[in-house]
Unconditional design. Structure first.
Length: 306
C-alpha cells in the first residue's frame, strides 16, 4: 500500500489543520514498546465464523456496509456485525450473490433487526447490489474466489477489490494531489487475516503492507494520546458537533495524518524495541481503546468510505 503511505505522508507535510506531534508519538511508544497491547480479532464476540467460504462472504458483505453510523446515536458497528451474523445463522443463503442484488432498504433493516431507516440507507443498498452483481459476474458469486485470485497478497487483494467494486475506491484530492486511503478494502484483508489467524483464506505473505484504517475513532484516539493536534477552527467544529464535509481539507488531513502518525509509531517501536508490529495490530488496539471511551469527540462526515 505504498500509494496510501506516500500520499498520506505528503498530506501530513502540507497540512493546515492537523499536526502530527513527534513528541507525542515518542511518549506513546515509550509507554507500550515493551508490552505492545495485543487485541484479538472479534474480542467482542460479534462476528460470524465457520472456518470456511461462508465466513469470507460474510466479511465482504460486512465490510461493504461498514461506514457512517454516527447519524443514528444508537447504531454502531456492533449492530451491523452481529445483525449480519444472526441473519446468516438463520439463513445461510442470505448473502448469495443473486440475493444481494435484490435487497431493498426495508429488507436490509429487517436483515439487521433495525427498527428504522439506516444512515445513508440508499447507498448501503446500492453497494449490496454492486457486490452481488460483481461477485456473480466475475467470481462465480463467491468472495472466496475473489480472495483466491490475490495469490496470498493483501496488496493484490486490495487492488483487486478496488478494481472490481467501485464502492471501495476510497481516495480524495488534496491541494491538487491524489490521496489514497482504501479503508474498507484494506479492512477486508485485515478481517480475513484476523478471523482465520493468518491461515487458509486469511494467509497473506505481506500483511505488513496494510496501513491503519482511517475512520472517525482513530483520529480521536490519537488526539487524546497527544499524537495529533488540531487547529482552533477544527477543534471548534468537532466540539460543536458540526459536520466536516467529505473531501474537505480538514477531513482529508484527519485521515491522512492518522495513517502517517501510526506509521511513524510503528517505525519507532521497531527502532526502540527491535520488535516488528503490524499497522493492523496498532489499528485494532487504537480502535478498541476508542470504543471503550464513548466520551471521545470525533469528526462527523457523511461518507460511504468509513
Amino acid at each position: 500500500m505504498e500509494e496510501v503511505r506516500s500520499s498520506c505522508a505528503w498530506v501530513a507535510s502540507h497540512s493546515s489543520h492537523v499536526t502530527v506531534d513527534s513528541s507525542g508519538i515518542e511518549k506513546v511508544v515509550d509507554s507500550i514498546k515493551d508490552s505492545i497491547p495485543k487485541v484479538e480479532w472479534d474480542f467482542e464476540g460479534i462476528h460470524y465464523f465457520d472456518g470456511g467460504p461462508l465466513t469470507v462472504q460474510y466479511l465482504f458483505v460486512l465490510d461493504a456496509l461498514n461506514f457512517c453510523f454516527w447519524p443514528d446515536d444508537e447504531l454502531s458497528y456492533d449492530h451491523l456485525a452481529s445483525g449480519l451474523k444472526k441473519a446468516l445463522e438463520q439463513d445461510q443463503s442470505a448473502f448469495d450473490a443473486d440475493r444481494l442484488q435484490k435487497y431493498t432498504g426495508l429488507e436490509l433493516q429487517k436483515l439487521l433487526g433495525w427498527p428504522r431507516p439506516l444512515p445513508l440507507e440508499d447507498e448501503r443498498v446500492r453497494l449490496l447490489h454492486e457486490v452481488g452483481h460483481e461477485l456473480e459476474r466475475n467470481f462465480n458469486g463467491k468472495a472466496s474466489n475473489l480472495v483466491k485470485c490475490c495469490d496470498k497478497s493483501a496488496t493484490q487483494l486490495v487492488a483487486l477489490v478496488a478494481r472490481h467494486f467501485p464502492g471501495f475506491r476510497d481516495h480524495s484530492v488534496y491541494k491538487g494531489r491524489q490521496v489514497f486511503f482504501y479503508k474498507r478494502a484494506q479492512i477486508f484483508a485485515a478481517d480475513l487475516w484476523g478471523a482465520f489467524k493468518g491461515q487458509g483464506h486469511g494467509e497473506f505473505n505481506d500483511i505488513g503492507s496494510i496501513t491503519i484504517f482511517a475512520d472517525y475513532i482513530v483520529p480521536a484516539v490519537l488526539r487524546s494520546l497527544g499524537v495529533l493536534r488540531y487547529s482552533s477552527s477544527l477543534c471548534k467544529t468537532i466540539e460543536s458537533n458540526c459536520e466536516t464535509s467529505a473531501g474537505s481539507e480538514e477531513e482529508v488531513e484527519l485521515r491522512a495524518c492518522s495513517i502517517y502518525a501510526v506509521e511513524k509509531m510503528r517505525d519507532l517501536i521497531r527502532v526502540k524495541s527491535g520488535k516488528q508490529v503490524f499497522s493492523v495490530e496498532l489499528d485494532l488496539w487504537l480502535w478498541a481503546f476508542g470504543v471503550q471511551c464513548p466520551s471521545l469527540r470525533h469528526h462527523k462526515t457523511l461518507s460511504i468510505y468509513y
